[in-house]
Design a protein around this ligand. Structure first.
Ligand code: 6PG
Length: 288
């Protein structure tokens, strides 16, 4: 199996500088490929996705420990990151080796609901990460999604980013790490196919009307996502295989597959996917 994957990557990346990284001793066989600024790590299952992401965050957090420069992480919503949060908050190899006092948490997107609502991404992170790890409130920068007016909630969050990052008008915040998921429709954060926020180029945060969900979502915009130092996608499950193939190997159609818009302009992009999600990637396909 591993040979097949490696041979396929060799063929696919003939034209790009490829660095093959041998698998870690205690992990299950995986394939890892590094090209110019974009890496894919294929692992066995959701638990491995979370562990691989936790290792990346521990590495990042210990790379720049300083009293002056906080480490800024934008969390993803959805179900996939739950296991990651639990590892960071409870497993000693992560919990005891993170400079928690320097970690500041934000969100890539939020549902337009109050923080105690079952759909709230803040609530999910509070239950799986902040409370178990006793994160101080001043390190948590949530979207004020209880604001009835979604546009005002987005505006307030934009002001929070401008204040925290000390931005001038027109400047973009540079997150140390942005975690993203991807839906079976190719959406990421709350950038859904065919929605207005896909074309937002000046705002940092947008209130995005999502017709198929019949609701607004509050989301960081593409310029902010692409200004990060590191963007990490966590993608699990066979139901996402076709979208992942389209995003990574298909024609460039970002209005249909918004995850294609994520290409850090001066940062790193890492896809951590499991075998089920990678199931449709093809030999002959090229990568974007
Ligand atoms: C959200 C997310 C969204 C999510 C994907 C994948 O608020 O729902 O930010 O973009 O990451 O829908 O969700 P799952 O991890 O649940 O598959």
């Amino acid at each position: 199996m591993l040979e097949v994957i490696l041979e396929y990557f060799l063929k696919t990346f003939k034209s790009r500088k490829v660095v093959l990284i041998p698998a870690m001793s205690n992990s299950t066989p995986t394939a890892r490929v590094k090209t110019d600024g974009f890496r894919i790590k294929m692992v066995n299952d959701p638990a491995e996705i979370c562990r691989t992401a936790a290792v990346e965050i521990r590495r990042l957090a210990n790379r720049t420990p300083s009293a002056t420069k906080p480490i800024t992480i934008a969390l993803s919503g959805g179900s996939t990151p739950r296991g990651l949060h639990a590892l960071l908050a409870t497993e000693p190899t992560f919990r005891d080796r993170l400079p928690w006092q320097h970690l500041h948490f934000f969100w890539g997107d939020e549902r337009h609901v109050p923080p105690d609502h079952p759909q709230s991404n803040y609530r999910m992170a509070d239950e799986t990460l902040f409370s178990p790890a006793s994160i101080p409130a001043e390190n948590i920068h949530r979207v004020p999604a209880e604001e009835p007016d979604a546009a005002l909630a987005a505006e307030k969050y934009e002001q929070e980013l401008q204040a925290f990052f000390g931005l001038e008008t027109g400047q973009l915040p540079r997150f140390d790490c942005i975690l993203l998921g991807m839906g079976p429709d190719g959406h990421t954060a709350s950038l859904f196919p065919g929605t207005a926020a896909l074309r937002e180029t000046t705002r940092l945060v947008a209130a995005n009307w999502v017709e198929k969900l019949n609701t607004y979502r509050i989301t960081l915009t593409v310029p902010v996502l692409n200004h990060a130092d590191l963007v990490v996608f966590l993608v699990s499950g066979a139901e996402k295989a076709e979208a992942l193939k389209a995003v990574l190997q298909g024609e460039y159609r970002p209005d249909r597959f918004p995850a294609q818009l994520i290409r850090p302009d001066n940062g790193k992009l890492l896809w951590i996917v499991d075998r089920a999600a990678a199931g449709s990637l093809t030999h002959s396909g090229k990568f974007f």
